[in-house]
Write a protein that binds this ligand. Structure first.
Ligand code: SIN
Length: 493
């Protein structure tokens, strides 16, 4: 079958090439534009408005105006909008997946998975909308009664990354709208088209004008970020992306003391103990490393394997990786797509060469893919990794597997925690006592045991240390968009 193209979209109107402010599709005030490319072919697929501070202020004003009425809608009404929106996403899953695949590069199979995952956040927060409420607090003073209310915090800015262009929007926006906040979305400049398609469906679901607004930008991203951080009408900012940018945003938000959620970089340890089942370990590692071509914030970056199983695991994993087909995500049977960003292959090659310099042995791959036009890297396996290498400290964000050897549980915990960030982690073991011990000792926000993916709308997602703060998804996700007000009543005669 020929690879799919934009001509295969059943609903052409899902492919939008303008920003969205106050219920209207709009150009940038400046008239400037930027191009979006398919990372598998480097072909231009769209030209979009390059919006800046002036457009951002307009979007915030629209969201603020809408907040006046949106905050008074019932939780049930908001739940209905969100549920309808989720249903529409699933009805249009194939089209949304195709748009996502073309702008991000992930395979169509993965893109379909992401659309379902993205829709699940809307359904989840539809449920949470009505289940989230204040409480009656037992008073210490019997002449008083104490109640708390949970109220939407105000306009929320939702800044999403390019690695999950649909799910990172709904994970934030679903929670915000469920709470009664209105929103301004800023998708990544590399991948804004999924977000715009979601806007089409959000409008169709009945969400009121101004309750969501989309700013598109590539080259003016710092100007837009700063405008959102400095605007006093924005009361909440949620960002997923690098630790470097997260720190800048946190500083810029400090003047107006905005509530912040930061889901930042990780450096996930993936720990295989001697007692692990090899098949489970290989399957989990393939998922944790090759999902989205190694470009997830929780991708397995440091793979620690206990001495007794090291060679056996390395051999089984390498054999499996050799069978993975690399190519454009639109092609049937492809498992590893291109990297999304133009500088990604160069960065990965830098990590590979550095590992070689410090004694690493490349047993598979180790170079860009020949014969493909886009940003493709050969799936790579490196043995004998050590603490000297850049990869130990920094995420490679590419399909590069680096295998470290360890002796004891104590030693691997020391290596795993010797890190400035702490987002995801994985443990492969048949010993449940060990799974609990290691889970408690790891300095991270999430631990996967005998599996390779941490994504579930009902499970809180977020990190510790320089991976940021706040949680998305789960029961906790909606709380990030609410403030608690207490009421104390004198009931004395
Ligand atoms: C991320 O990479 O930040 C998101 C991954 C996920 O939700 O599974």
């Amino acid at each position: 079958m020929a690879p799919k193209t934009l001509n295969d979209l059943k609903r052409k109107d899902l492919f939008q090439t303008k920003g969205y402010i106050d219920g209207e599709w709009v150009d940038a005030v400046s008239g400037k534009t930027f191009d979006v490319h398919d990372p598998a072919t480097l072909d231009k697929i769209a030209t979009l408005p390059e919006m800046g501070a002036a457009d951002t202020d307009k979007a915030v004003d629209a969201a603020q105006a809408a907040f006046k009425t949106f905050k008074k809608t019932t939780a049930r009404q908001r739940a209905r909008w969100l549920r309808k929106w989720s249903d529409l996403m699933l009805e249009n899953q194939a089209d949304l997946a195709l748009i996502l695949c073309l702008e991000n590069g992930k395979t169509l199979v993965e893109a379909n998975g992401e659309v379902a995952y993205a829709a699940s956040f809307l359904e989840w927060f539809a449920g949470e909308a009505e289940r989230t409420h204040g409480e009656v607090v037992p008073p210490a003073n019997l002449n008083q009664r104490i109640l708390t209310f949970k109220q939407p915090i105000g306009v929320a800015a939702c800044l999403a990354p390019w690695n999950f262009p649909a799910a990172m929007i709904t994970r934030k926006v679903g929670a915000a709208l469920a709470a009664g906040c209105t929103t301004v979305w800023k998708p990544a400049g590399e991948t804004p088209l999924s977000c715009l398609a979601l806007a089409v469906l959000g409008r169709e679901a009945g969400l009121p004008k101004g309750s969501f607004n989309v700013i598109t930008t590539l080259n003016l991203v710092s100007e837009v970020g700063e405008a959102l951080c400095k605007n006093k009408l924005v009361r909440k900012l949620s960002f997923t992306g690098s630790t470097r940018v997260g720190k800048i945003l946190a500083k810029q938000c400090s003047d107006s003391l905005k509530k912040l959620s930061l889901e930042l970089g990780g450096n996930s340890p993936f720990i295989v103990f001697d007692d692990a089942k090899i098949d489970t370990a290989v399957e989990a590692c393939i998922l944790a490393k090759f999902r989205n071509s190694g470009q997830t914030c929780v991708t397995a970056n440091r793979i620690f394997v206990q001495k007794g199983i090291y060679d056996k695991f390395a051999e089984a994993l390498t054999a499996k990786i050799k069978t993975l087909k690399v190519g454009p995500g639109t092609e049937e049977g492809v498992f590893v797509g291109p990297l999304t960003h133009e500088r990604a292959v160069e960065k990965a090659m830098n990590h590979i060469n550095d590992a070689k310099k410090h004694g690493g042995q490349v047993v598979l791959g180790g170079a860009p893919m020949d014969g493909l036009k886009g940003y493709f890297l050969q799936p790579t396996v490196i043995k004998h990794m050590n603490r000297e290498m850049i990869t130990t400290r920094e995420e490679t964000f590419a399909p590069v597997v680096g295998l470290y050897e360890f002796g004891s549980e104590e030693e691997v915990l020391d290596m795993a925690n010797d890190c400035d960030v702490g987002l995801g982690s994985f443990i492969i073991t048949e010993n449940m006592a060990r799974a609990f011990r290691v889970t408690e000792a790891l300095e991270v926000g999430m631990v996967g045991v005998n599996l390779g993916m941490l994504s579930a709308c009902e499970s809180p997602f977020g990190g510790v240390k320089e991976s940021g703060y706040g949680r998305e998804g789960g029961r906790q996700g909606i709380e990030e968009y609410l403030s608690v007000k207490s009421m104390l009543i004198n009931v004395a005669n």
